[in-house]
Design a protein around this ligand. Structure first.
Ligand SMILES: *[C@@H]1O[C@H](CO)[C@@H](O)[C@H](O)[C@H]1NC(C)=O
Ligand SMILES: *[C@@H]1O[C@H](CO)[C@@H](O)[C@H](O)[C@H]1NC(C)=O
Ligand SMILES: *[C@@H]1O[C@H](CO)[C@@H](O)[C@H](O)[C@H]1NC(C)=O
Ligand SMILES: *[C@@H]1O[C@H](CO)[C@@H](O)[C@H](O)[C@H]1NC(C)=O
Length: 355
């Protein structure tokens, strides 16, 4: 009897001891491609983010930019275009046309390219605009890190970068540069004082996908930093003000949770939750709550939106994609297949940039 009890105890104890081990290793077994971000990468990033934060103390950083301090030398605020890619920038000729004839005093370009992707040189305005990059992977927090690296590098590079627009290799412009610049900065870029600029980022609540996305890393894992009713979702593609870019770089609290690997790969899109949740918690009224990047989710497959093919590309498509239910036209759109480049170039000047 005692022997039996003992063996039962041993069984129970060994089960109890192995539970945390199983728990710890489970993400690796269930999703072997999902590894935590390596510590050296995290430390590299931390030092980059801290340098960007310190540099901002001596430069315009608030959303209510005070021009009076600068006297008559009103600087021209810039848009930093942040290209996040893991393949060739196959629409670079279209983007070159977008930036063509625009003075570089209005914008900067930064490219984060997965080092395993061996890009060919996109040339033109993209020449020399690659930033030190690290491996990125779908269904992991590496896409968040890459976006933060782009913002930090842009903040360090040019204190006049004021808006930070994240795009990918399958995004295209829907309007001319002048139109984009006026939409974001308008006449406020000069003259106006204490104008409050908002970030254009989608922030959605009460979406049917939220419960499964919330527990992708395990039950109760997000607590206490991220209660379910503060958990949000939104497009990965946003245009943030410098104030919000810095807010993101300063965050450690939410990052501790969002960087954790998921058990459930099919519910793992950290980059669609981290930014909307963080900004919604800290400054919901400073955000439009909608994105400027149009995407078509009809008949989406495996988390991928509709990809437009050449027969669909027409002036009417561009006009339709621009239309929005919000206060601004869409400025960018995704996703387009590589072979859409030619039909898009053919109507670049007559349609896309003719506004
Ligand atoms: C800009 O456009 C002009 C005229 O269309 C063209 O000659 C020039 O090569 C273009 N430059 C770039 C960088 O595309
Ligand atoms: C989401 O649901 C909560 C609770 O039911 C409600 O208070 C809130 O207004 C809803 N938000 C939207 C945008 O529908
Ligand atoms: C969205 O994609 C569907 C196919 O998935 C297509 O039929 C529809 O025309 C697209 N909508 C727009 C506005 O392009
Ligand atoms: C605008 O709202 C209507 C009605 O909800 C919807 O059918 C349409 O798809 C929306 N348009 C866009 C561009 O989101």
């Amino acid at each position: 009897m005692i022997r039996m009890l003992q063996s039962q105890y041993i069984l129970i104890f060994s089960l109890l001891f192995s539970l945390p081990i199983v728990f710890f290793l489970a993400p690796r077994f269930l999703s072997p491609r999902q590894l935590p971000i390596p510590l050296p990468d995290e430390l590299d990033d931390l030092s980059l983010f801290n340098r960007a934060i310190s540099s901002s103390f001596s430069s315009p950083s608030s959303s209510t930019f005070s021009f009076s301090r600068l006297g008559s030398h009103n600087p021209t605020l810039k848009i930093a275009f942040l290209f996040l890619t893991n393949s060739d920038l196959f629409f670079s000729p279209l983007w070159n046309r977008f930036f063509n004839s625009t003075s570089s005093k209005f914008y900067n370009i930064y490219i984060h390219a997965d080092p395993d992707s061996h890009l060919s040189d996109p040339g033109g305005v993209f020449k020399g605009r690659f930033i030190p990059s690290k491996h990125t992977e779908r269904s992991s927090a590496t896409l968040i890190s890459a976006a933060k690296r782009l913002m930090a590098t842009a903040i360090l590079d040019d204190p006049l970068n004021f808006y930070f627009a994240l795009v990918s290799q399958s995004c295209i412009p829907l309007h001319s540069f002048d139109f984009v610049y006026k939409t974001l900065l308008g006449s406020n870029a000069f003259g106006f004082r204490h104008v409050r600029h908002k970030s254009f980022i989608e922030i959605l609540e009460n979406e049917s996908i939220l419960p499964s996305r919330y527990v992708a890393r395990g039950k109760n894992v997000m607590m206490p930093e991220v209660p379910y009713d503060e958990f949000r979702v939104g497009s990965q593609f946003f245009v943030l003000t410098k104030k919000h870019a810095l807010m993101v770089l300063k965050d450690r609290r939410l990052w501790r949770k969002f960087r954790l690997p998921c058990f459930k790969i099919e519910a793992c899109y950290p980059e669609e939750h981290y930014f909307p949740t963080l900004l919604s918690m800290n400054d919901p009224n400073g955000c439009t709550q909608y994105t400027l990047t149009r995407v078509n989710w009809t008949d989406s497959v495996n988390g991928h939106p509709h990809m437009y093919r050449p027969p669909e590309v027409s002036p009417e498509l561009i006009y339709t994609l621009r239309q929005s239910n919000f206060s601004h036209d869409y400025l960018f759109a995704r996703k387009f297949s590589v072979d859409c480049l030619k039909p898009l170039m053919d109507m670049a000047d007559s349609v896309i940039f003719n506004d």
